[in-house]
Design a protein around this ligand. Structure first.
Ligand code: UDP
Length: 485
């Protein structure tokens, strides 16, 4: 495992965590960082400037990390000026800026050793986001062991990243819009599951020479060159995919649901109680007292995460659909999530009136607490991987409205493999939405609840002391120590 490392003996393990600069991945990486800190490993958390700026105002997160003498933040320029929440359309803009600005600075920092705390404490292991293939190159160049951290779903990583060359070779991509329902037979393990429409959004193009495809190709080549791969899943959920994936990367650490393993370890530690949230944006906790007023499993939670966007027309369809279902709803309307902005003037007054009676709308919610709240009966989600695994952990059935990236694959797995909800992919119609909400919360409630509960039980088992995720985290910690010596 330690082929590249020619370091000194008995170095204090010092991990460099380098997430891609978006809310979800940073949030996840902070949890991993804290878990490593708790085990006595030194951690430098490298954020690019634009994502670090809002975090600096998040005093709860900063004060929690200030409890660890073995933790420090470090930043790296990224050339991204704006501070408003980045949306889906800004993803490649940020990644290109990082490639142009952060990549050369990062290489220089690692080669000169300026990222190390001091000469006695060089970085002994790098944990970059798997999307940062350049970090794997730098790790190899500097003989630093590297373990990639992947925050997208394993089902998407396997089908649309590691198998991207296979998909292209087999002619499954590029494809035309009228071929969307054709089964994808070329990826081992998912031959009977995925249609072309279920492939990641970047596969839905009649051209494979796009910057995103290039980025994913680099990622697919980088992952097998690392010494290991950390995934936010648990063995039982993704057993088939993990077995296949091991042919590409033998050393896999499935340590999810990471947010729950993190809570379990933090609660078991001797540290004083604290908030568990690492959200970069301020959460509006008033929605929790609103939820307290509702009976168990009666409320629909609606959120499209930190990057997805919708048009005003889509907003109105979802809004009508949810209101017409008659179920009370809690809706996160992230500023910037409605394309072209939003004001009430285009909303029928009846919809606004009914929303006052049966809805609660917030800018950003404490999602993990929301999903764990007994009032929540279903999650109308964009199927981001964090949201999906958080919902699985709490046994909340999902109504999936995927938008981009891995979400198309995740929603298919929720509907077809885990049988935990319905996939509304490619439709945004008030009647379909109303039906989906009623289906999950009334007609097929028993069926969805049963499988949701059984996955939740397996998820909970995985984070117990002898559970698979817990033991995989211990292996990771042992391996980091071994790679550091
Ligand atoms: N989230 C949150 N409050 C909200 C909405 C989302 O804290 O109001 C968190 C959520 O718990 C999850 C993350 O933001 O951890 C969203 O990640 P996901 O992978 O689902 O989607 P992305 O935002 O990356 O598209």
């Amino acid at each position: 495992m330690d082929q590249n490392h020619q370091g000194n003996n008995a170095l204090q393990p010092h991990v460099l965590i380098f997430p891609i600069p978006f809310q979800g991945p940073v949030n996840c990486a902070l949890k991993l960082a804290e878990l490593l800190c708790l085990s006595g490993i030194d951690v430098t958390f490298l954020n690019t400037d634009h994502i670090h700026r809002p975090l600096l105002r998040h005093t709860q997160v900063l004060s929690r990390f200030s409890r660890y003498p073995n933790f420090r933040f470090q930043t790296i320029p990224d050339g991204v000026e704006h501070e408003k929440p980045v949306s889906r359309d800004g993803f490649m803009e940020v990644m290109s800026a990082v490639d142009a600005v952060s990549k050369p600075v990062f290489r220089e920092m690692m080669i000169s050793g300026s990222l190390s705390r001091n000469s006695e404490r060089p970085v002994t292991v790098m944990i970059p986001d798997a999307c940062f293939s350049f970090a794997v190159d730098v790790a190899i160049e500097t003989s630093t062991p590297v373990v990639c951290f992947e925050t997208i779903s394993p089902c998407c990583l396997w089908t649309c990243c590691l198998n991207l060359p296979t998909l292209i070779q087999a002619g499954d991509i590029p494809f035309k819009e009228n071929d969307l329902d054709q089964m994808v037979k070329s990826v081992p393990g998912t031959e009977h599951i995925l249609r072309r429409r279920d492939l990641a959004s970047f596969c839905r193009s009649d051209n494979i020479s796009t910057p995103v495809i290039e980025l994913i190709m680099k990622e697919a080549r980088a992952i097998p060159r690392a010494q290991g791969l950390i995934l936010n899943t648990f063995q039982d959920l993704d057993a088939l995919i993990l077995t296949h994936m091991q042919t590409f990367c033998p050393n896999i650490y499935p340590i999810g649901p990471l947010h729950s393993l993190y809570k379990a370890r933090l609660t078991a530690s001797s540290l004083p109680e604290t908030t568990f949230s690492n959200s970069v944006w301020k959460e509006d906790g008033t929605c929790l007292s609103w939820l307290d007023k509702h009976p168990p499993k009666t409320v629909v939670y609606v959120s499209i995460g930190s990057l997805a966007t919708m048009t005003i027309e889509q907003l109105l369809e979802v809004w009508h659909g949810v209101v017409n279902s008659g179920k009370p709803f809690l809706w996160v309307r992230r500023p910037g999530s409605i394309i072209g902005g939003f004001d009430d003037s285009r909303v029928p007054s009846e919809l606004l009136e009914r929303t006052k009676e049966m809805g609660c709308i917030v800018d950003w919610a404490p999602q993990e607490e929301v999903l764990a709240h007994q009032a929540i009966g279903a999650f109308l989600t964009h199927s981001g991987w964090n949201s999906t695994i958080e919902s699985i952990m709490e046994g909340v059935p999902m109504i999936c409205w995927p938008c981009f990236a891995d979400q198309q694959v995740n929603s298919r797995f929720v509907g077809e493999v885990w049988k935990m909800g319905v996939d509304m992919k490619d439709s945004c119609d008030r009647l379909i939405i109303e039906k989906a909400v009623r289906d999950v919360m009334e007609m097929s409630r028993e069926m969805f609840t049963e499988s949701a509960n059984s996955w939740a039980n397996l998820a909970k088992k995985s984070i117990t002391e002898t559970g698979s995720s817990s033991m995989n985290l211990d292996h990771l910690i042992d391996d980091i120590k071994a790679m550091s010596s």
